[in-house]
Design a protein around this ligand. Structure first.
Ligand code: PLP
Length: 456
């Protein structure tokens, strides 16, 4: 498969470039030049595959110029062997709600599903190349933990994770900062997630710096992550064993997870609506419901992994709704940078064919956690609660809600709602008392660069 940048289609890239670089030099995101569209018959053949087999089939469509199907298959088996759930993900019923539990990986959030896979993909790449790579990533809590678990102890790889100081949950932080491996570096930035993400973006666009340390990114714009996430849309659709199209409610921050759903729909999976569920950082809800894409200050909420204003992956949607026109996309991205973008009426209608949106404030999130607990004796994490809240507000019952994190990761939020918290699984209990190791740095590009240079 060949790829182009959303902002310039004059150059083509292969999977290796797309995976290792993450972001194109022109600042755009990589997209494939074409997409396979499965017919009903072909979908029928995929239906009886287990999760790993299905992953292999779907990912291989995009990566066959980089890794053979046989090697991909064994890499996927290895990636998911650490999951607590044999089928990797699990569909469960909570009263009338269907939950797709995606949090059975080593760090208890859906991000493990893509990250365990790309950790092994790096290893595969480095076994065939004599190189040393430094991964730098910004996190609002869960990406960092998942990335560290996937990369720790691997040779010829370092990982630097920037998180906003004091703005993630204590358990999220401890899962990252109690890892002792020498190739793991945690940096707490005095700022919010968008500040962390900005620093990383600026380091990437400083080509002299990024080349000097062989910098690579694993954030949610990485195409390899997106395709690994589209697998569970297919898998859960098949498990539902239905002829009808299915809607999914997706707790959303950077628009990566829900974009994987959009990709699945473009590939022929019968998806009706994708519901973009946001917390009080509701730019995507304002955008999708009325075209308003003006960003505001980031607010701290109970669901920190969605405390994001500028959703990087939205650029891919802009590209697709403008019929893959790079010039229009590049123009719109300029407007977004100046914070002056309003979605025109026709584009909005196009978006609304596939997407609905809702936002839940803090009070609503707490009351969803409380109601679900009282009615079903089940504790939801605050991100999943936003996904459930969105379908209640839209009065959509027949819908799968992506459950993106294990509730034990957010004890502060669940204590607040019901005075109860879920215990960490036995094998993660140790993080609660172990010494933490992280460097606090100012929200300052040069300071962060110097720190990374000194360790890389
Ligand atoms: C990252 C994250 C999200 C948001 O996913 P995006 O792909 O950034 O939209 C939602 N819930 C949890 C628990 C997360 O960690």
């Amino acid at each position: 498969m060949k790829y182009v940048s959303t902002r310039d289609n004059s150059k083509e890239y292969n999977f290796e470039q797309v995976f290792i670089k993450g972001l194109a030099d022109d600042g755009g995101l990589y997209v494939p030049i074409s997409l396979k569209k499965y017919s009903t018959d072909e979908l029928h053949k995929l239906k009886n595959l287990n999760y790993n087999e299905l992953s292999t089939e779907i990912i291989n469509l995009f990566s066959s110029d980089f890794i053979s199907k046989e090697e991909l298959s064994s890499l996927i088996n290895k990636s998911y062997s650490t999951f607590r759930e044999k089928d990797v993900v699990k569909l469960s019923n909570v009263g009338e709600i269907k939950l797709l539990e995606l949090f059975h990986g080593p760090t208890l959030a859906f991000k493990d599903i893509a990250m365990q896979f790309i950790g092994n993909l790096y290893e595969y790449y480095l076994n065939n190349n004599n190189k040393k790579i430094n991964i730098v990533v910004a996190t609002s809590g869960d990406t960092g933990a998942a990335a560290i678990d996937a990369i720790k102890g691997k040779s010829n790889l370092n990982i630097f994770v920037l998180h906003p100081n004091n703005k993630i949950s204590s358990v999220q932080r401890k899962i990252m900062t109690t890892v002792e491996e020498k190739n793991v570096f945690n940096i707490a930035i005095d700022g919010n997630f968008d500040d962390c993400q900005n620093i990383v973006k600026q380091m990437f666009s400083d080509l002299e710096f990024s080349k000097s340390i062989n910098m690579s990114g694993v954030n949610s714009i990485n195409w390899a992550r997106i395709i690994a996430q589209s697998v569970y849309y297919f898998y859960s659709y098949f498990k539902l064993n239905t002829d009808k199209s299915v809607s999914f409610s997706v707790p959303t921050g950077n628009f990566g997870d829900v974009f994987a759903g959009y990709l699945s729909k473009k590939m022929g999976l019968p998806i009706d609506k994708l519901i973009v569920a946001t917390n009080e950082n509701d730019i995507l809800h304002r955008a999708i419901s009325k075209g308003d894409y003006i960003s505001r200050e980031v607010k701290e909420t109970l669901s920190p992994s969605m405390d994001i204003q500028l959703a990087s992956n939205f650029e891919r949607l802009i590209y697709y709704i403008n019929n893959s026109d790079c010039e229009i996309t590049a123009d719109i991205m300029k407007k977004i940078k100046q914070n002056t973008y309003q979605i025109d009426k026709q584009s909005l209608e196009t978006i609304q064919k596939d997407f609905l949106s809702e936002s839940c404030n803090e009070e609503e999130t707490l009351s969803i956690i409380k109601n679900v607990y009282e009615e079903n004796n089940m504790i939801l994490d605050p991100h999943t609660a936003v996904g459930v809240g969105a379908i209640k507000k839209l009065s959509l019952d027949d819908c799968v809600v992506l459950s993106t994190a294990h509730p034990c990761k957010f004890p502060e939020a669940t204590n607040n709602a019901i005075n109860k918290h879920e215990k960490l699984p036995e094998e993660l209990q140790y993080v609660l008392d172990k010494n933490e190791n992280f460097q606090v740095l100012k929200n300052n590009l040069e300071e962060v660069k110097n720190f990374i240079k000194s360790k890389a």
